[in-house]
Design a binder for this molecule. Sequence first.
Ligand SMILES: CC(C)(COP(=O)(O)OP(=O)(O)OC[C@H]1O[C@@H](n2cnc3c(N)ncnc32)[C@H](O)[C@@H]1OP(=O)(O)O)[C@@H](O)C(=O)NCCC(=O)NCCS
Length: 157
Amino acid sequence: MTTGHLRDAEPRDLDQLLEIERAQFPEPWTRGMLLDEISQRDTRRYRVWDNAGEILGYAGVMFVLGDELHLNSIATKPGWEGAGIARLLMDDLVEDARRRGVARGTLEVAVSNERAQRLYRHYGFAPVGVRRGYYGASGEDALIMWAHFDDTVANDS
Ligand SMILES: CC(C)(COP(=O)(O)OP(=O)(O)OC[C@H]1O[C@@H](n2cnc3c(N)ncnc32)[C@H](O)[C@@H]1OP(=O)(O)O)[C@@H](O)C(=O)NCCC(=O)NCCS
């Protein structure tokens, strides 16, 4: 188990979040976009895994119409993949969503990103369709996935 703890993302984290964004995404968010996302606390929830001040991963959701969430972003710091950090973040986000009465969640993921898709399947997300050319830089298609939290249980399988 990785040491550290989960907490809300804060403006002081922006440098580290940007570093992870730039390393992990072909079209990384800018500092302004990240700040905007983490600041909208009424409709967003961004969490970081903080290991003695070093952010090893982060993830954020947007709440839509009260009972639905959209997974906006999830990424682990390069070199820390496979240590269970994304699972810790997803556990936290899905548990919180259930407490809020959020019934379902959706996300887009590159069709080639099997690692992320495998992670999402653990939380009941299943593919329902494709958005053609969703990723501007590569022109790659996105898989649209949905989960119904009321009839799925996060587990360690
Ligand atoms: C996808 C990502 C967030 C997974 O984060 P992670 O911290 O490595 O994931 P975890 O260690 O919690 O493992 C979660 C699951 O991911 C998969 N996974 C993790 N490491 C893997 C590896 N080296 N090879 C294949 N699958 C792997 C597995 O399904 C794993 O669950 P399991 O081992 O319990 O079956 C991370 O690889 C990442 O930041 N990728 C780049 C950004 C990205 O693609 N984000 C998603 C955009 S939609």
